[in-house]
Design a protein around this ligand. Structure first.
Ligand SMILES: NC(=O)c1ccc[n+]([C@@H]2O[C@H](COP(=O)([O-])OP(=O)(O)OC[C@H]3O[C@@H](n4cnc5c(N)ncnc54)[C@H](O)[C@@H]3O)[C@@H](O)[C@H]2O)c1
Length: 196
């Protein structure tokens, strides 16, 4: 999932670091972006993107083993396996590593974003950002706000000026409920660097 999100973000003009604890997963993610069914090569072959656009997008993506490279990111989109205890540990680590103003988002399909926010010292900067799969194809993603998520955080992630080039639909963010309701949506943020 992370590779698809990275591809969308890179096509939108953002610098992206894909971080994983598994080198094979990083290699596979790179291949997915380049030659995957919904990757950049396929987009060029279908006439959806020019070769120049694809090349430029790929040049914006780098790959890192471990989390050390994430310290300068404006936004991190977590996409580790759907296990709450793992995501809580990842959010604790991200909170320690990332700059104080960095937004931390989770691609969780249904885990409580509030629990992830509570694991950090910046709950106002934490939100759910649930991308529909495959990210390069689907036009919808869901923003989930907790009781702590700041309006400014939502505004940054939903900036329509940046959203429109992606052709994704904007809807009002949904509040977190038991399970995450589908419907509130999003697209991509006006941030200079991203991590998936
Ligand atoms: N696959 C989908 O269709 C889909 C759709 C929407 C949302 N999601 C959500 O996205 C998240 C990821 O799902 P997926 O299917 O891509 O999982 P996946 O198992 O395919 O990929 C998860 C990756 O996370 C890596 N990882 C594990 N622990 C890590 C850590 N501590 N730090 C960094 N990387 C770590 C793994 O090596 C693996 O490469 C889940 O929360 C899932 O619910 C998935």
């Amino acid at each position: 999932m992370g590779a698809g999100i990275a591809q969308v973000m890179a096509l939108a003009g953002h610098s992206v670091i894909c971080a994983d604890i598994d080198q094979a997963a990083l290699d596979k993610g790179r291949e997915t972006i380049i030659t995957g069914r919904f990757g950049l090569g396929a987009a060029v072959a279908r006439g959806l993107r020019s070769q120049e656009e694809a090349d430029a997008a790929l040049a914006r993506v780098s790959f890192a083993l471990g989390s050390a490279a994430l310290g300068d990111r404006d936004l991190v989109i977590e996409a580790v396996p759907e296990r709450l205890e793992l995501k809580i540990e990842v959010f604790k680590e991200l909170d320690r590593i990332c700059s104080a103003g960095a937004i931390l988002a989770s691609n969780s399909s249904g885990l409580p974003i509030t629990a992830l926010a509570a694991a950090t010292s910046r709950p106002q900067l934490v939100l759910g950002w649930h991308w529909a799969s495959p990210a390069p194809v689907m036009r919808l993603a869901e923003i989930v706000r907790t009781a702590w998520t700041a309006e400014e955080t939502i505004v940054v992630v939903e900036d329509p000026e940046d959203a429109l080039p992606l052709g994704r639909d904007l809807e009002t963010p949904v509040p977190e409920q038991s399970g995450q309701p589908r419907g509130g949506l999003h697209w991509s943020p006006p941030l200079s660097n991203i991590c998936c």
